[in-house]
Design a protein around this ligand. Structure first.
Ligand code: ADP
Ligand code: MG
Length: 555
């Protein structure tokens, strides 16, 4: 019997790499020792090795669940070239080849078996696996278990049976999705409560984030693309119609461009993907249907002509650029007009009200990112749970500074409105109060009697909404814990210095309404500089508020 190789030997001799990257070594060691794991690593981070190496170091076959046939085929052929005994079972495999795979499996001739979730769960494969020695289960693209992401695969939910049926077999779930809500969904749905969690940094330092105010998106895009001649890239647009329009426009401008959306025939899409992967300088203009499974390393840019639906989606979509580690650009034009269609889309879905609120909140985080005057990468990493990073020097804000306006006073008024109305109301109502709006809700709640009523007329509605989104994006206010969409104060360490005048806040604001209507343009406006602080008792109030919250938590 040959001695079991060590992980490092396998890394060098089978895969030809000198060293593990980031948390790979710890993950491999943990899984080799029989532990289960949840692995959070950005696209291109090297998740595959985290299960492929334990597959070769542990006795038995490793079963890898993967959502896309193309992904499985790529991996199996790469492994076979490296001399690893790997095979795949999925709907595109012929009966004869499935039978051969099955024979290999039964005779212990397979190190890795890739399966689609359908193939694993339908029929008797699970029963048959129960009699075989298994090294581990790997669940790749584990965010497919989340009902709220756009990659949801209902069969992934049934993978919960693995935890029950194969108690002794380690399970490793892997995803590039960093959104904390999705993480906890993966843990709950796949029964990974006992699993160790490994996280690599989600920063993609080689990606330059460039956002532009949308004025004439077609001209703006062509100008951007002119700086990218000969480079492969992806242009994301909201609808099939816009994809076709933009693809035609780009082609007419002399680029090698192809449309890609779910309305095209499967073979047309397959051909487009092939040409993108193997051609040089091909631009794919796509809806979000073009996504998971694009593992082309040298995508030099990802451009958005419409807002994605969340900051998480933006991160995933832009993450397809620069997987080779070389400089790449994430370019986006955005404007206030992008938001209403996305809101309608959420409202018109058949999701439950609580879910709709989550979706609106996710959209807010994206708008906050788009409107910020702070470093884009910092906002993005904060959102992904990596706090405390420095300004990056590689985004439009860092590279082209001085676009923000001081909104310290309006921000204090906003916080004051949050406090005076009891921390139970969303931005729409708070803005009504600040503007002195005469709505039925304002009157029935008696909010027209509050000291904050009508104190915020220096900004218009759109500007206030932008301010609230940015206060949310930066953590000054947070969604109230009761889940009804109200806003309350964020961490005291953040709120207090602002209220005490020890810190100031600069953000980008949309121009005031009269300028938006077209007349005088000019830069951003400075809202009533030097206005009196809205609420002198707010500091005391903040303290009382915290005490009350602490008391309620103890109850
Ligand atoms: P992910 O699934 O996280 O998106 P992959 O597993 O496809 O990433 O790996 C991305 C690329 O990085 C692949 O080309 C892979 O061979 C390479 N890679 C992974 N780990 C290492 C390593 N330790 N050293 C060098 N290259 C690596
Ligand atoms: Mg992968």
């Amino acid at each position: 019997m040959t001695p079991t190789p060590t992980p490092r030997q396998v890394l060098r001799e089978v895969f030809g790499y000198d060293a593990f990257r980031g948390p790979q070594a710890a993950i491999v060691e943990h899984v080799c020792a029989g532990g289960s794991a949840l692995v959070l690593m950005p696209t291109g981070g090297g998740k595959s090795l985290c299960y492929q190496i334990p597959a070769l170091c542990r006795p038995g076959t490793a079963v890898v669940v993967s959502p896309l046939i193309a992904l499985m085929q790529d991996q199996v052929s790469a492994l076979r070239q490296a001399g690893v005994r790997a095979a795949a079972l999925h709907s595109a495999e012929s009966g004869a080849s499935a039978a051969a795979t099955w024979r290999e499996l039964q005779t212990g001739g397979l190190d890795l078996l890739y399966v689609s979730p359908e193939r694993l769960l339908n029929g008797d494969l699970i029963e048959r696996l129960a009699d075989l020695p298994l090294a581990l289960f790997a669940i790749d693209e584990a965010h497919c278990v989340s009902q709220w992401g756009h990659d949801f695969r209902p069969e992934y939910l049934q993978l919960a049976v693995l935890a029950e049926r194969f108690r002794a077999v380690p399970r490793i779930a892997l995803t590039a999705t960093a959104d904390p809500r999705t993480r906890s969904e993966i843990v709950a749905r796949l029964g990974l409560e006992q699993a160790a969690v490994f996280t690599a940094s989600f920063d993609r330092p080689n990606i330059r984030y460039l956002l532009r105010d949308k004025s004439d998106p077609k001209r703006q895009l062509l100008e951007f693309l002119a700086s990218q001649r000969g480079h492969a890239g992806i242009v994301y647009a909201r609808s099939r119609k816009r994809v076709e329009e933009f693809a035609a426009l780009i082609k007419a401008d002399g680029h090698d461009a192809l449309p890609y959306h779910a309305g095209l025939a499967a073979d047309t899409r397959g051909a487009a993907l092939e040409r993108f992967r193997h051609g040089s300088g091909v631009i794919v203009v796509a809806t979000i249907a073009f996504g998971m499974g694009i593992d082309k390393p040298d995508v030099r840019f990802v451009a958005h002509v419409d807002l994605p639906k969340s900051l998480e989606a933006y991160y995933q979509e832009t993450g397809r650029a620069g997987r080779d580690g070389l400089p790449a650009i994430a370019w986006m034009v955005h404007g206030a007009a992008d938001v209403p269609p996305l809101r309608r889309f959420i409202e018109e879905s058949d999701a439950a009200p609580a879910q709709k609120r989550i979706e609106h909140g996710r959209l807010d985080s994206l708008i906050g990112f788009a409107e910020t005057s702070g470093c884009r990468r910092r906002i993005l990493l904060d959102y992904l749970g990596e706090t405390g990073s420095a300004d990056c020097g590689n985004c439009d804000v860092c590279l082209e500074p001085n676009q923000g306006v001081d909104v310290t006073e309006p921000a204090r008024k906003a916080l004051s409105a949050v406090y005076r109305t009891g921390g139970r109301f969303g931005a729409a109502h708070l803005v009504d109060v600040l503007l002195g709006g005469d709505t039925a809700r304002v009157r029935s709640l008696g909010h027209d009697q509050l000291g904050v009523y009508g104190i915020g007329r220096e900004l218009d509605r759109l500007q206030w909404r932008s301010l609230f989104r940015q206060l949310t994006a930066r953590g000054y206010v947070v969604a109230a814990a009761d889940g009804h969409g109200g806003l309350e104060f964020g961490p005291e360490a953040l709120v207090r210095p602002l209220l005490r005048g020890e810190s100031r806040l600069e953000i980008r604001l949309p121009p005031p309404a009269r300028e938006r209507r077209g007349r005088a343009s000019g830069g951003a406006t400075t809202p009533a500089a030097g206005a009196e602080s809205a609420d002198p008792d707010l500091l005391a109030a903040l303290k009382a508020w915290r005490l009350e919250q602490a008391r309620q938590q103890r109850l």
